[in-house]
Write a protein that binds this ligand. Structure first.
Ligand code: NAD
Length: 481
């Protein structure tokens, strides 16, 4: 076996798992087995949560102030940075992410995020004195770490989405039990190595392994104070119900079916070039993709043809090649799901203008051609449901108000884009779309600004100072005159 782990990272040590279960990792490119790691049992989760609870109260962690924790985060960032190339390549091998994207999103970005939160915590104060508005006294408003955080990550961007949670949680003084997705757990061992190298106090970061059962056990664990989850909407609804019953704070970053509004003044070439990354990044396995492309009816066939040509031209193949834009889907399950959604879309009457099947030149791996559907309405299932693969729908609209109404006619609200020659007009449209984030002639996350969804795309925000705030509990201390 090429990559084999027999331990879990709990309480700052490489711990033997309580039982003998193992999880295998298959390459989505070759379909070959290349990694194995232990599956955590409930006893392992208990140990991890207990270690995180002890660390939370330990003098090595609880007595640190913001600048002490910033120094630890800086050391952690350096150690994570030393593993950037290895992490990017490992993620790419596990989930098929094209390596050029992986180098940024999974290699560099986690380091940038740690440094961002380190700077933020160094310059922020946890206590503020306010003049009372109802007495002559004052009030100290104090931010305290919310406690042990259960962080649950999906497979599509495993390292950066784990870091969306770990970096602000540690900055706030919380401790973390991370559960990565079973498809992408191998890279979390690099994170654990970096934590050891950086001297994170024992128990501040723990990693448990496994699928939904282990996740469910962790979410409901009595030793957990907050849940931070990124994944599908159905799993998010379940976690939301459990946390509601427990009155446990929860952040849910869920699915999407975002709209790209192409206005009638948009330049066709720059729009379509921008849509390649705004709609098909990571082979469409990105939560905020603008996969519902809304085109003006009077230029509909022009845009449908251009989107079709763009999708057909994207290099598809081995994710390890720097020139690849479309790699394989993460797993056979995902491959079959996407192909069956494409079939159902055709059966509904929409026209496939390109793609729709496995590429002829690739007889191995979970590859699906970039696929475009035309001649359909916003009500078609293929236009409404999240596919999470390289599948676009191009839908006509009559005027700008209709485009905004169609964009908002979705159960989701995570991302979205507008494409126009007039920036102010684009910003005006951005203000009217019901979503948590939106791009004008571009789309790119900003570590310093909040990210999250409305409606079925989630609850709460990550990134920015708002992301840090969600790891604090507030205490008001009233003082007499
Ligand atoms: P998933 O919901 O199947 O799994 C996500 C993680 O949650 C995995 O670690 C899984 O083991 C765990 N899990 C699943 N069910 C659980 C439960 N009931 N309790 C606790 N843990 C549970 O999602 P996925 O297939 O890994 O990821 C794809 C989905 O994630 C897509 O819907 C995508 O849109 C969404 N996503 C959202 C964002 C965002 O920021 N909004 C980002 C990336 C992905």
């Amino acid at each position: 076996m090429e990559i084999e782990h027999s331990t879990l990272f709990i309480d700052g040590e490489w711990a033997k798992p309580a039982t003998g279960g193992a999880i295998q990792v298959f390459s989505p490119t070759t379909e070959q087995l290349f990694g194995i790691f232990p599956e955590s049992s409930t006893a392992d989760v208990d140990s991890a949560v207990a270690a995180a609870g002890r660390a939370l109260r330990s003098s090595e962690w609880a007595n640190l102030d913001g600048s002490d924790r910033a120094a630890i985060l800086d050391r952690f960032a350096d150690a994570v940075e030393r593993r950037s190339e290895e992490r990017a390549s490992l993620v790419s091998r596990q989930n098929g992410m094209p390596i050029t994207l992986a180098r940024f999103a999974e290699g560099d970005a986690p380091v940038q995020l740690l440094r961002y939160y380190s700077d933020l915590i160094r310059s922020s104060s946890v206590e503020e004195v306010r003049q009372s508005l109802s007495s002559a006294g004052t009030t100290i408003v104090r931010k305290e770490p919310v406690g042990v955080v259960a962080a649950i990550a999906p497979w599509n961007y495993p390292a950066i989405l784990s870091m969306f949670k770990i970096a602000p949680a540690l900055a706030a003084g919380c401790t973390v039990v991370l559960k990565p997705s079973p498809e992408t757990t191998l890279d979390s061992y690099l994170l654990a190595e970096a934590a050891v190298e950086a001297g994170l106090p024992a128990g501040v970061l723990n990693i448990v392994t496994g699928g939904p059962d282990v996740g469910q056990y962790l979410v409901a664990h009595p030793g957990v104070s907050k849940v931070a989850f990124t994944g599908s909407t159905p799993a998010g609804r379940h976690i939301g119900r459990v946390c509601g019953e427990l009155l446990r704070p929860v952040t849910l970053e869920l699915g999407g079916k975002s709209a790209a509004l192409i206005l009638d003044d948009a330049d066709i070439e720059t729009t379509v070039a921008g849509l390649a990354t705004a709609s098909l990044l990571n082979s469409g396995q990105t939560c905020y993709m603008s996969t519902r492309i809304l085109a003006p009816a009077n230029r509909y066939s022009e845009f449908l043809d251009a989107v079709t040509a763009m999708a057909a031209s994207l290099p598809i193949g081995d994710p390890a090649d720097a020139g690849t834009f479309v790699g394989p889907l993460v797993s056979e399950r995902q491959y079959k799901r996407v192909l069956s959604m494409i079939d159902a879309g055709s059966a509904e009457g929409a026209t496939v203008t390109t793609g729709g099947k496995r590429p002829a030149h690739l007889d191995r791996g979970w590859f699906v051609e970039p696929t475009v559907f035309g001649n359909l309405s916003n009500d078609a299932n293929i236009a409404k449901d999240e596919v999470f693969g390289p599948v676009l729908t191009v839908i006509p609209y009559s005027d700008e108000a209709d485009a905004i109404a169609l964009a908002n006619d979705s159960e989701y609200g995570l991302g979205g884009t507008v494409w126009t020659a007039d920036r102010d007009r684009g910003i005006d449209v951005a203000r009217k779309v019901e979503t948590g984030s939106f791009g004008v002639n571009t789309y790119g996350l900003d570590w310093g600004s909040p990210f999250g969804g409305v409606k079925a795309s989630g609850v709460g925000r990550e990134l920015g100072p708002e992301g840090l705030a969600s790891y604090y509990s507030l205490k008001s201390i009233f003082l007499p005159e």
